[in-house]
Design a protein around this ligand. Structure first.
Ligand code: PMP
Length: 382
């Protein structure tokens, strides 16, 4: 037998309390019993997002929520700005182009974060920009963007700010309303400690006003339809069949989040991330990010002489631990350790130990225990 661990930046491990919900009999989604649960999770999500805005839930991957934030906000020919720092930021460009938007792309070099001043320059020189799309935690590079600073800038202009918080929500500090973020998109399989399959979108009034003007084709992801069901009666409803079991699981996950407290969750992730970084650096390895680190995922350069795909494959197939490799232009050049969602102190130790042992077995000069020791020291800090 091999014990399996999933330490990718999504999907992530799921707590037992959440897992068992999926084994329970299905209740019908048009019943008061279900709709009361829906009301409860929608309130809970507002706490997690730190917003008073309405939140919509779609049974889809996170990319579905991203697509909804294009087809509902943009009309063909509209000028939009994408500020990207990696693979997922670049996805905004692809989706926006698919809907005929006129995309202004601020592409920062992978490894760096968005320079908010560059966004301001664009908004000043192109007042016709209607939407700014960016990413909170760029999962492909392990970089976190300063959304607070970006929000401060964008709120002075006509543009709506859309943030992909798919891997950042309930992991890194994020305050939707306080930071003036109009639209936030999230997926279930990361910080929220759920299986893949749900996506979430929060919408400010500024975003809703813009949505009224959009003439892009839409049906399943129409905000108008979703909001109509949400508000039609006393209890919220969904236009199409709800992912009932996932919503039941969400109810449990939100209980766990409320019990811990969102600030404590951010602190836990910060501690796990700094311990991971300390462990990696003590092994003589280099972190991929240059000017900011995501507390949800750590991206590490594969050291010279080691084949990145053999390295992560060995850790997965021989040790039973799923880490992640690199994507796009850095495929094979980096590996990534996810420490988000249902992740705690000793998960970091397992991950660092696996990295040490695999490097050792592959003939790379590491001192066994050096990474674990550095991580432990960081974890013991008060
Ligand atoms: N954005 C970010 C930052 C992500 O990490 C991911 C998933 N890795 C996505 C978008 C896309 O989510 P999904 O794969 O659920 O469509």
């Amino acid at each position: 037998m091999k014990k399996r661990y999933i330490m990718s930046p999504g999907p992530t491990e799921i707590p037992a309390e959440v897992l068992v919900e999926a084994a329970k009999p299905i209740i019908h989604h048009r019943t008061p019993q279900y709709r009361n649960v829906l009301a409860e999770v929608l309130e809970g999500l507002k706490y997690v997002f730190q917003t008073k805005n309405d939140i919509l839930i779609f049974p889809s991957a996170g990319t579905g929520a991203m697509e909804s934030a294009v087809c509902n906000l943009v009309s063909p020919g509209d000028k939009v700005l994408v500020a990207s720092v990696g693979n997922f930021g670049e996805r905004w460009v692809k989706i926006a182009k698919a809907y005929g938007a006129n995309v202004e792309h601020l592409a920062f070099q992978w490894g760096y974060s968005v320079d908010p001043a560059k966004i301001e320059e664009k908004l000043k020189s192109m007042p016709e920009i209607s939407v700014v799309y960016t990413t909170l935690s760029e999962t492909s590079t392990g970089v976190e963007n300063d959304i607070k600073a970006i929000g401060k800038i964008v709120q002075k202009y006509n543009a709506v700010l859309v943030v992909d918080a798919v891997s950042g929500m309930a992991a890194v500090e994020f305050k939707t309303d306080e930071w003036n973020v109009d639209v936030v998109v999230v997926g279930s399989q990361k910080g929220l400690m759920l299986p893949p399959g749900l996506s979430f979108v929060s919408l400010s009034n500024k975003a809703l006003e813009l949505a009224k003007k959009s003439v892009s084709p839409k049906f399943y992801f129409s905000y108008e339809s979703a909001l109509k069901s949400l508000k039609a009666e006393k209890l919220p409803d969904t236009p199409y069949t709800s992912a009932v079991s996932l919503i039941m699981q969400l109810k449990e996950a939100i209980k766990l989040i409320r019990d811990e407290g969102i600030e404590n969750i951010w602190k836990r992730h910060s501690k796990l991330a700094s311990a991971t970084r300390a462990g990696i650096q003590a092994l003589g390895l280099k972190l991929f990010p240059i000017d900011s680190y995501s507390n949800a995922v750590t991206a590490i350069n594969v050291p010279d002489g080691i084949d990145g795909s053999i390295f992560t494959k060995k850790i997965r197939d021989e040790y039973g631990i799923t880490l992640a490799g690199g994507q796009g232009q850095i495929k094979g050049k980096i590996f990534r350790i996810g420490h988000l969602g249902y992740a705690d102190t000793f998960d970091v130790i397992i991950a660092i130990s696996a990295v040490e042992m695999a490097l050792y077995e592959l003939g790379y000069p590491v001192e066994l225990g050096a990474g674990v020791k550095a991580a432990e020291k960081e974890l013991l800090k008060k």
